[in-house]
Design a binder for this molecule. Structure first.
Ligand code: MG
Length: 455
């Protein structure tokens, strides 16, 4: 039974995501990732206590001991799992950026990375079986851990030049989105000597400030406060704070691929080169900025666990996706919102204002569109387009990408909807638009013909 999506098991609370499901998932996790102690943490959602209790009950019934970290960001849980050898896995109760009625269960391997697809499939398989529990004297117990958030922030501080940041006398606006970073990221600011106006920093799972997806539309208050109160920059987390996006001192939203480019450039110039991993859906702004700093970009399919594992295989120094999920190899191989803040503060303190760093990036235009396609036709349509473009620079890492001297087009099957997302990028807006239109026409023609054949 397919339960795991790209970011754990998700659903509407007391709809799909019930305590009964969570309890059984807890037992399945214990069977696959145990034996040994498992750490559990949660975000600020109103249902997180309910789902955490049910998962923990399932784990305990299987004889697993639990380290309960309470409400901390996902990367704080991942850091705890990796740095405690007695902990064999982690479970995060969160639906990340989804609306408040959702919750989810996300699993972490013993090395602190997100569970692999194979581990998730094994948990799904176990869920579908009758799992036998030990006797009354074999059940587990819970230890409450209260300092996991602070230990994580101390580790983040140790990975940057804190003195350089302190001396810069920066002032920022920090939007915690009423989520899991409501205590840890303000603490990070104090430890780095950064003056911070914190907004939406009371943990509240109804997300009264704005929806917890840090899109430009949701961050109107942050943009206004940053520019009106003379802040050097602003930053915002998603609900579980594995991601972070930035706003410049003049109140401009920085798209995720631009922060990836700025931090990739900074990482490459600091270490005199090195590899940066990102996905085929990321703008060329990253490759060009990183190359100028002496680094090299490696491309993968979309998905942060894929990026993280490629970084480990390549010995890459930095990586991430264009949605604000950034991974720093010197800290841990997972998306890390607080680490992203600390590295960005270091980059601003060392290299100048975020406005000037954004302005110095090469300019690209990206057109995003979509074309409807039934799931069953996605693979044959990709094959047919690849055949038609034989001899061109076709890349089948994830969907179909064709590179040109001045840009690229990408057609990626949506994982959740019957459609392809189509991206076209070029330094020239007209070229990007023309290629997008031509590609959409070609795809729609092939999809239409195949649909007609099937009828
Ligand atoms: Mg998240």
């Amino acid at each position: 039974m397919k339960m795991f999506g790209t970011n754990g098991i998700r659903g509407i609370v007391n709809g799909y995501m019930t305590p009964e499901l969570a309890l059984k998932v807890g037992k399945a996790i214990a069977k696959v990732l145990g034996p040994g102690a498992i750490a559990v943490a949660k975000d600020t959602r109103t249902s997180s206590d309910m789902i955490a209790c049910a998962v923990e009950s399932g784990l305990l019934s299987m004889g697993v001991d639990i380290a309960d970290l309470g409400m901390v960001p996902t990367p704080a849980l991942q850091y705890y799992v990796r740095t405690h050898p007695n902990i064999v896995a982690g479970v995060m109760i969160t639906a990340s950026h989804n609306p408040p009625e959702f919750n989810g269960i996300k699993c972490v391997s013993s090395d602190g990375t997100e569970c692999s697809h194979e581990e998730e499939t094994a948990i799904e398989d176990a869920y579908g079986t009758d799992i036998e529990c030990p006797g009354w004297d074999g059940v587990g117990s819970i230890s409450r851990i209260s300092d996991a958030g602070e230990a994580y922030i101390d580790a983040v501080v140790s990975k940057v030049d804190a003195e350089l940041i302190r001396k810069a006398g920066l002032k920022v606006c920090l939007d915690c989105s009423n989520g899991a970073a409501s205590y840890t990221s303000p603490l990070l600011m104090r430890k780095l000597g950064v003056k911070a106006l914190a907004i939406n920093a009371s943990p509240d799972g109804r997300f009264p400030g704005h929806f917890s997806e840090p899109t430009e539309d949701n961050l109107a208050d942050l943009k206004r406060i940053v520019s009106e109160s003379g802040c050097d920059l602003g930053m915002a987390h998603d609900g579980d704070a594995d991601r972070c996006v930035f706003v410049t001192g003049s109140g401009r939203y920085v798209p995720g691929d631009q922060s990836l480019a700025i931090l990739g450039r900074s990482a490459a110039s600091k270490s005199g080169g090195g590899k940066i991993v990102t996905t085929v859906a990321t703008s060329c702004v990253v490759e060009e900025a990183v190359r100028q700093a002496g680094g090299e970009v490696v491309y993968t399919a979309v998905g942060s666990p894929i990026v993280a594992r490629e970084m480990m295989a390549d010995g890459a120094i930095f990586g991430g996706e264009e949605n604000g999920g950034l991974i720093f190899a010197d800290h841990q191989y997972c998306r890390d919102g607080a680490m992203a803040i600390a590295k960005m503060l270091e980059a601003v303190a060392g290299n100048g204002s975020l406005d000037s760093q954004v302005d110095s990036l090469p300019k690209f235009f990206t057109i995003k569109a979509a074309v409807q396609c039934p799931d069953s036709l996605k693979a044959p349509v990709i094959r047919e387009i690849a055949e038609r473009h034989e001899g061109e620079r076709v890349n089948l890492t994830d969907g179909l990408r064709i590179d040109y001297d001045d840009g690229w087009v990408l057609m990626r099957p949506s994982g959740t909807e019957p459609k392809f997302r189509v991206y076209s990028e070029s330094k020239d807006r007209g070229t990007a638009e023309k290629r997008s239109e031509a590609f959409l026409r070609e795809a729609a023609g092939i999809i239409g013909a195949r649909r007609a054949e099937n009828h």
